[in-house]
Design a protein around this ligand. Structure first.
Ligand SMILES: CC(C)(COP(=O)([O-])OP(=O)([O-])OC[C@H]1O[C@@H](n2cnc3c(N)ncnc32)[C@H](O)[C@@H]1OP(=O)([O-])[O-])[C@@H](O)C(=O)NCCC(=O)NCCSC(=O)C[C@@](C)(O)CC(=O)[O-]
Length: 350
């Protein structure tokens, strides 16, 4: 799919890069969480969310120990209006040490817009460490999401990845509809492998496999990852599960059992893709943190710490109430209800 010269250039660029953050691998039990709430979580909201609220959300997440935060998108505001203020958001947010801040970029125009902001701010480290590029395992979804085919999207993304790498940014890739497509049904996992490999070959340090529709079951997720591992080392894979059918936490554990050590999640269970009708939000960060307690996995937080579950519960409620609703995180709801019972009767402990 790519020329030999391009492959060599990408390989040598990759060799010169070193990860400066703790890296979870399949041989350890450290789980990285990628907090996608400010991006995936908010992109599908109907009402206008003030920039102040987005900035405050990112700052609260970083202070709670989130180590990787997707802060917004440089996509077309005509396609996804809610992400329109991303330049302002990343300019105004705090930049805490030990936290990686990423933005989603669909094409060269989006990258150019990001570079303009980086040039204007001239901060070191830059206000964004990383871009996420995205495509899908089916042409039908790629057409709906990016107005092109999957093969064409990969051709367009290759120079975007190269330019970002040359500028010192890390590049992460997404393969949407890794389990099922809302437009064409069940997905061929070989195709997921091919697309994930193409993204890894163009320099993505990690490829996140998206159950965009949220129809995945643990067995299907395991089957899909087993296939993708034939083309991409498991250390480079992440799991991204929407919770439409209530299987997202189980799918997280299925992915961990396959050796995946990076999980995308969204505080308060916010989210959904505008081009995945009927899909609900991502697995809630609070639910993942709660489910991993008492397990042999540890959650990596910023500065060698962890992510504070109580803080995340508060943030999940805070942002949900800003959006005019309750948190949909099961752990978030249960923990808040328990706190209220404890307040009304200190003898109550559960
Ligand atoms: C890629 C395009 C732009 C193609 O859309 P297009 O209409 O084919 O774009 P175009 O290249 O023909 O340009 C049309 C106009 O858009 C402008 N334009 C073009 N690009 C940009 C840009 N980057 N930023 C701002 N403006 C842009 C461009 O300048 C031009 O402006 P005009 O001349 O008409 O005034 C569009 O399809 C798009 O923005 N798609 C993004 C959709 C999206 O954000 N989806 C949600 C994120 S993916 C997701 O949620 C899944 C994930 C990652 O979470 C994982 C999972 O769950 O599966």
């Amino acid at each position: 799919m790519f020329s030999q010269t391009t492959r060599c250039a990408l390989r040598s660029t990759r060799l010169t890069r070193r990860r400066t953050f703790a890296t979870a691998s399949a041989s350890n039990n450290l789980v990285n969480i990628v907090e996608v709430g400010p991006r995936d979580g908010l992109q599908n909201e109907k009402g206008v969310i003030p920039v102040d609220v987005k900035v405050e959300l990112i700052n609260r997440l970083a202070r709670a120990g989130a180590q990787n935060i997707e802060t917004g998108s440089f996509v077309s505001p005509k396609w996804v209006p809610q992400m329109g203020g991303t330049s302002e958001v990343i300019t105004r947010m705090e930049r805490l040490p030990g936290v990686r801040y990423a933005v989603l970029v669909p094409n060269q125009k989006g990258l150019d817009n990001l570079f303009t902001v980086l040039d204007e701010t001239k901060l070191t480290p830059p206000i964004s460490d990383e871009i996420s590029i995205f495509t899908a395992a089916t042409d039908a979804f790629t057409r709906a999401n990016l107005n092109t085919t999957t093969a064409e999207s990969l051709l367009r993304l290759e120079p975007v990845a190269r330019a970002a790498l040359d500028r010192g940014l890390r590049v992460r890739g997404y393969v949407s509809v890794a389990i099922a497509c809302p437009y064409s049904g069940p997905v061929d996992f070989k195709r997921v492998r091919e697309v994930a490999k193409a993204l890894a070959d163009m320099g993505c340090y990690e490829v996140s496999l998206g159950d965009t529709v949220g129809q995945g079951t643990p067995n299907k997720v395991a089957e899909m990852i087993e296939e993708v591992k034939k083309g991409v080392p498991v250390e480079k894979l992440a799991g991204h599960f929407h919770d439409t059918y209530g299987t997202a936490v189980a799918n997280v554990f299925a992915a961990l059992a396959q050796g995946v050590r990076t999980i995308d999640s969204s505080v308060g269970g916010l989210g959904g893709c505008p081009y995945s009708p009927g899909a609900t939000g991502n697995v809630a960060t609070e639910d993942v943190l709660y489910a991993l307690r008492d397990s042999h996995y540890q959650v990596a937080g910023s500065n060698n710490g962890t992510i504070n579950l109580d803080d995340m519960v508060n943030i999940g409620w805070w942002i949900s109430e800003k959006l005019g609703r309750d948190s949909v995180s099961r752990a978030g709801r249960a923990i808040r209800a328990r706190r209220q019972r404890e307040e009304s009767d200190p003898k109550v402990k559960l």
